[in-house]
Design a protein around this ligand. Structure first.
Ligand code: ZN
Length: 322
């Protein structure tokens, strides 16, 4: 996913890789908090200018500029060898032995291959193939957006996607013939929400999208699936029987054009840190309702020092240098 205004807000609100305590924070408050955070950062002015430049460049359709790729994890072009091994957490980790998701497969196309973010754990490669295969029969494709860099690690524009176990999959299902090279390299962003962003756009979100999200959530390899709260609410309302899969569908900021699928820690990776287990139930009650309540006014000026992001696990240094 490219950095855009909406995503910029999203990214800064999910610095902990979706682990952040969900409070009664509206997206706008989230944006305001983001501004406070960045103000405290050492290179504040440079950061803001660069962010604005990114937003501008994204808006006019220009790819990520070279200076944004100064992150060493973004510069490495190939995976570290050896068996697949995941280290750390989704928002603070890396992967050795990553495999490339083929750019075109039965029922799917990888978007923006020029970004080199189609690398993942072999379990992810298999998952994408399995999820997409049914669409090959209908002459359609799923659009696979960012997965991870060849060795994982921090990726500009994402809080997580660091271990090859996260994948962004567009919710738009398109005829294969429509995906030209130009479309693949610069795909339109199609939101499932209406112009008020308070309800689904029925022309874009149908039972087919429900089927796709349900198929992902039911897969035993999947730990959770992030979607926009409006989408989660619609799924809750539309699902009458067999609601168990709804538990894995987690509402989060953004995620209105794609779902973010997160796989569980795979076997053979003892250094992979599991994410906290989701609470029991379908997640359609109070936890979801909170997303639609106006945030109450907060007590003034309780300043808490921002916790520094922990360094990457030591083993990731070896993965990067290998
Ligand atoms: Zn994602």
């Amino acid at each position: 996913m490219r950095v855009k205004t909406a995503h910029w807000v999203l990214v800064d609100c999910e610095r902990n890789g979706h682990r952040q305590t969900r409070s009664l924070v509206s997206p706008m408050r989230c944006a305001a908090r983001t501004m406070r955070i960045t103000r405290n950062e050492r290179h504040q002015s440079v950061f803001r200018v660069r962010t604005l430049a990114l937003v501008f460049l994204a808006a006019i359709g220009v790819g990520t500029p070279a200076w944004a790729e100064q992150n060493p994890w973004g510069r490495v072009g190939d995976p570290a060898g050896g068996p697949a091994r995941v280290v750390g957490f989704y928002s603070n980790g890396c992967i050795a032995g990553a495999r490339a998701v083929p750019r075109i497969g039965p029922g799917y196309v990888v978007l923006r291959p020029q970004r080199n973010r189609f690398w993942g754990h072999p379990a992810m490669v298999r998952f994408v193939g399995d999820l997409a295969r049914p669409y090959a029969k209908t002459g359609e494709v799923l659009l696979i957006a960012d997965i991870g860099q060849p060795r994982g690690g921090p990726a500009n524009g994402h809080a997580s996607h660091q271990m090859g176990l996260d994948a962004d999959i567009r919710l738009t299902i398109v005829p294969r013939a429509r995906v030209t090279d130009a479309y693949r390299d610069n795909p339109p962003r199609i939101s499932m929400l209406d112009s008020n962003r308070k309800a689904l756009d029925a022309r874009r979100f149908s039972d087919r999208q429900t089927t796709l999200i349900r198929a992902a959530a039911r897969d035993p390899r999947v730990d959770r699936v992030f979607v926009n709260p409006v989408i989660k609410r619609a799924l809750c309302r539309r699902t009458v029987a067999n609601r168990g899969w709804l538990r894995k569908v987690v509402p989060w900021y953004g995620h209105d054009a794609h779902m973010h699928v997160r796989l569980r820690c795979p076997p053979g990776s003892p250094a992979c840190v599991r994410q906290k287990t989701l609470p029991p139930g379908d997640g359609c009650g109070n936890r979801l309702a909170r997303w639609f309540i106006k945030a109450p006014s907060k007590p003034r000026k309780i300043k808490r020092p921002r916790r520094a992001k922990p360094p990457l696990p030591r083993a990731c240094g070896a993965v990067l240098r290998r």
